[in-house]
Design a protein around this ligand. Sequence first.
Ligand code: CAA
Length: 279
Amino acid sequence: MKNVAVLGAGQMGSGIGEVFAENGYRVKMYDLSEEIFEKSRNRIYDSLKKLEGKCLIDRKAEVIQAQISYHADISELAGADIFVESAFENFGIKTNLLYKLADFLTPSSLVASNTSSYSITSLSRLLPWPEKFIGFHFMNPPPIMDLIEVIKGLYTSEQTFDFFWELAKDLKKIPIASRNSPGFVLNRILIPMINEAIYALYERVSTPEQIDAAMKLGANHPMGPLALADLIGLDTVLSILKTLQKELGENKYAPCPMLEDYVRKGWLGKKSKKGFYEY
Ligand code: CAA
């Protein structure tokens, strides 16, 4: 059984750890506190139980969950074959974490970041073997979304790319390749669409329910853009927009003032029980 370390046990990290465990990997999850671990355990258990109920996993939820352990000491991740960084979408937090991780890597360690928008080349510079570093971007919620974006940085080797391309398939996902461009493919398109929906609300074009209904019923999206923003997290949506605006130098990516205002108030979507909707 291969060993994977996932750095960050939040919404995305938990889902990523779950996907690896479902597919037979032993997973070490790293984060800061028992409170975060408890939330992660519950989130993964609920998800596995749903999948078990639909016969979408080949072992019992408890058996899969037993492959996942939790660690608040980063040195305990040493020895993993694959490391996946999935911390909050903040450049300082991610770089700090990778910098700390560097001490526990060996020349054979493969390292990926689940960043939604930051440069893979910039992140790879913090590591002793940048050719072993790649962008491996899961979608939310990871256990049920099919796509993984695989992103080569300037220093990523062909062997590393090939390894992660096959790994995505081993996890029963469908990989697509993206150039190391801000937001890659998915967020370059999706996040400006969500920002536009927020502008429509800000300019009182319609209500949240009707804006979402328009995209569900008129464009066959599985959920409306405002509900999706709440699911992703409004702080994450804001952070991605700021990266797109800064890195691509275009004001068309400027975040709607309403989004900035909601994040300032701590209305972050589902995770804070209030965003465009209440939970
Ligand atoms: N684990 C297991 N099963 C889950 C689950 C999870 N985490 N979340 C939902 N499900 C299951 C539900 O149990 C439900 O099953 P049944 O139909 O058997 O009841 C099924 O999935 C559908 O869920 P819901 O009924 O709760 O709601 P839904 O029909 O709206 O589906 C959804 C939920 C799958 C999330 C769907 O709305 C969807 O696909 N939405 C779009 C998600 C999307 O666009 N994700 C990408 C976001 S962008 C991103 O992630 C990149 C980034 O960097 C920001």
